[in-house]
Design a protein around this ligand. Sequence first.
Ligand SMILES: [Zn+2]
Length: 340
Amino acid sequence: MNRKKRRRHSKSIVIKTVTYVVLILLLFLLIVFIVSRFDKPPEDEVSDTGITAADSKTIGTASNSVGSQGGNESEILIITTAEETEGTDELADNEWALYLVNNENSLPADYDNTLENEIGLTLVFSDYRDYFFDDRAAPYLIKMLEDSAEDGVNLYVVSTYRTQEYQQNNLDSSVNDRMAQGMDYDTAYADALESVALPGHSEHNAGLAADIMTPSYTSMEDDGFKNTEEYEWLSKNAAKYGFILRYPEGKQNVTGIIYEPWHYRFVGVYHATKIAESGLTLEEYFKENGWVDENGKATKHLGPIAEDVPAANDSPAVTLPPDMITVTVNTEMGNPILVE
Ligand SMILES: [Zn+2]
């Protein structure tokens, strides 16, 4: 009886000790949790898009996980979201980015030089070649790529800034391919222009366009990229970072370019959001705001002032440089074309 009692007594001591240890552990965990909360920034500094809100001051540096330049650090700007600029002065941040580049509106002939020496280009990442973007827009592209990766979406940038010389090579090669298929020069040239912009008339020359796909789908032979989850993510989120789908489906008669689910153009968050909501193309958006004349020439320029560049068909065919990547596409006619 006594023994039994003692055993029971010692059993209850063990239970008590275990309970104390558990309580102490829980208390410790609670303290750790509370302390860790203080290390985090206040929630109101981060918007629900994941973009740090407020004005356009530089907030510091962040490791560029998109790039592969030996851990180079790139400055991340605080990005103004559309919600914050709504109702404020229309000339919001990045208004400079709102300009037309198309067959009617060209970049200045020396824009490469301006971009490279005065505005600056940011190396977004390196692959088989270096991918550059306009300094002012690059942080938005980098942020978009980083955030998509966090969402488990695998965006793959296929093309960014191209020099006008590079664009000329694209066009020449495209025309030559068509002529090799039996087209006469004029037909080949007109056909090529449906998918390759004239040098100085490509948004890639402006350093504001990125062709984005996904490693498991890089074919530009059709518009199948639109069936990927990466495209779905871009459709939902690109505007938050200032990008628009520039050549939408069924709008070739307006944009002059075939449907390209991969081509995204930076116009700034405010206008990208407006354009995405309206479903308009950039050409239609300009028209609706009265910023183009009857010939489609932009009358509002906040970006580079357009001036005519030498007509592409005046220049001789050029041999492609060895590092040139051409994307060959088969159209219904069976003619290889290059894409914008
Ligand atoms: Zn493109």
